[in-house]
Design a binder for this molecule. Structure first.
Ligand code: NAP
Length: 277
């Protein structure tokens, strides 16, 4: 039985569609990415974003600051990008080094250029079900569920993780699809009692092997958002080898949600371009 949700294949299709749209409409969207300080993981993520942008015809502008820069100078740069009509998307790579106020910096981004969907205005619009820019990883999760015909209406969905970046936006997106939700986090007692009754289980906790086969029911759909390093290998939050035997559909790590995040960023840059033009 092939029960693998192939995020790599889906992401290629999205990237191809974005490329074709950019060529067909002869447009030149521009994404500006700001990095503050040095962070090896951020370097890799930015490199991947740059490559993906350039492959589909999105111009990539990279702005790097030392962690000694003042918050005010970062904010001035964001204001410059807000006022530059040739720039359509602005992204501040997270996490920021200690001492920087993430909320203050992110909220300087003009919401129509906020391709990470993290400004108060976009968060509020998501809650109110207004059209807006939505964080890329949750968008990628929803896109996978849609592509694999997982109808969420009337389903019990269990979400493990409630971060601003992944869990919380997913709550809104899942509710919009009429899912019935249970949300678990690090203070939850007896997570198994929630995961065990889930028709769809979405895990974004950042803990390898958090979900084991005794915690899921037969036929469950599993979306594993987690990315953890074990030695030189990447793994998710789910004990894939065992849990995949019980799942009707499951995302692998790598090759599941990860590639969808970058693909959805490209979609968001084009969406931002269209909002502005
Ligand atoms: P985060 O900000 O650290 O949030 C983790 C969430 O999981 C928190 O809500 C936390 O609960 C909860 N949690 C932690 N340990 C738990 C446990 N033992 N049982 C139940 N809940 C637990 O992380 P994040 O940014 O959401 O990312 C989560 C994972 O997804 C990470 O592995 C990250 O690398 C990965 N990720 C992947 C992508 C992708 O593109 N695939 C994108 C973003 C993130 P509290 O709220 O109580 O602390």
């Amino acid at each position: 039985m092939n029960n693998i949700i192939d995020g790599t294949k889906a992401s290629f299709e999205i990237r191809k569609n974005v490329k074709e749209l950019i060529e067909r409409e002869k447009i030149q969207p521009v994404l500006a990415v700001i990095q503050i300080g040095d962070n090896k993981a951020s370097d890799v993520y930015i490199k991947n974003k740059k490559k993906a942008c350039e492959e589909v015809g999105i111009k990539f502008e990279y702005i790097k600051f030392n962690d000694t820069i003042s918050e005010n100078l970062v904010i001035n740069e964001i204001k410059r990008l807000n006022n530059d009509i040739s720039v359509n998307g602005i992204l501040v790579q997270l996490p920021l080094p200690n001492g920087f106020d993430e909320g203050k910096i992110i909220n300087e981004i003009n919401p129509v250029k906020d391709v990470d969907g993290l400004t108060y205005q976009n968060v509020g619009n998501l809650v109110l079900e207004n059209d807006c820019l939505v964080p890329c990883t949750p968008l990628g999760v929803m896109e996978l569920l849609k592509r694999y015909n997982v109808n969420l209406s009337t389903k019990n969905v269990c979400l493990v993780g409630r971060s601003n970046l992944v869990g919380k936006p997913l709550i809104q997106l899942l509710l919009k699809e009429n899912a019935t939700l249970s949300i678990c986090h690090s203070k939850s007692r007896d997570i198994k009692s929630y995961t065990k009754i889930a028709d769809v289980l979405i895990v974004a906790a950042g803990h390898p092997n958090l979900i084991t086969k005794d915690m899921v029911k037969e036929g469950v759909v599993i979306i594993d958002v987690g990315i953890n390093k074990e030695g030189n290998l990447l793994c998710g939050d789910v004990d894939y080898d065992e849990v995949s035997k019980k799942a009707s559909l499951i995302t692998p790590v790598p090759g599941g949600v990860g590639p969808m995040t970058v693909a959805c960023l490209l979609k968001n840059v084009v969406k931002a371009y269209k909002i502005q033009n």
